[in-house]
Design a protein around this ligand. Sequence first.
Ligand code: SF4
Length: 371
Amino acid sequence: MKVPREESAPVVGATNPDAKQGAFVATPAQIASFQKALTDWFRSCGHDYPWRRTRDPYAILVSETMLQQTRIATVLERGYFTRWMAAFPDWRELAAADEEKVLKQWEGLGYYNRARNLQKAAAIVVRDHGGKLPPRLETLLSLPGVGRYTAGAVLSFAFNKRAPIVDGNVSRVLSRQFACDIPVDTPDGLRLTWERAETLTPPREPRVYNSAVMELGQRICTRRSPDCPACPVASSCRARQLGGVEDFPVKKNRSGVTAHEERVVLAVRNGKVLLCPESGTRRKGLWRLPEVSEEASADLEEMLRFDYAITRYRVTLRIFPAPLGGVRESDWVGARWFRLSQEENFPPLGSPYRKALRLFSEIRGDGIPSG
Ligand code: SF4
């Protein structure tokens, strides 16, 4: 079966075998370099928000609660945060306020339970902690409306505690940095993302680091069209190295996804690799690794495999060496040899095949297939 591909065929797969098994793969030096690049960048051009000018845990909880389902621009431009802080400047004022007045201040933000939870949290802080929030994770998590992300945000932004945060922005950045093919919206994916966030959060100035990684996701590593040339951590980004940035983060299969298997041959001879043009009009102008039938590959030992997603298909790309006796260009219409060391001279190559070649070059020396 032929799988239709779009021009921007995504690369999704086990780009990092260790990551696939859930292991954290970054050296202390790499982690330190990542942290430094991010925090330097943030210090030089991070945005200045009102809630970044305070260390008051109450104000930070208010801002984080407002931002849970509302864009920063809305909260800022319409003055929600400033008005709220003027109306209820601390835990006690909020705890003592009429609910109607509280909801009025929230008007237009929607999800009014957020405001109700804030007021309940204020009542608890006043009743149980004398109006002073202790910097403890378990205390924060016991407050209504406070989950792991919000707790981490308050601990790091208000108290400068080494507490990781994972929201959609952080998750996207980490998923791309590690080219993680474990869906981020599964228990395994979530666990792995939090583990990575925890490991990457530095003991020194976690406040700055957390602000930086979030802001990177908001401004640079955006869901669509990330601005990789402006990214301070582009050099460590695995998804970028593999040319498949838009394919991350991977989300779990939605209904209607069809599994498909694709078999290709990676033939190398005299430092050159055999590529052939795509057939059909949809992929006109792109090149690929030559496809082999199940029968022709039956006796070949698989070299590599990974999955990628395209429209409603989840494709398992299986990569085989050239068969004994070699291959001929004439076996595929228009096939030609290209020098492996001159990737810049390759014709436009579909993302999965570019990724296959990258993976191949990484394992080179462990037995280069020839044909
Ligand atoms: S290089 Fe691009 S994809 Fe990678 S983290 Fe930076 S902005 Fe995101």
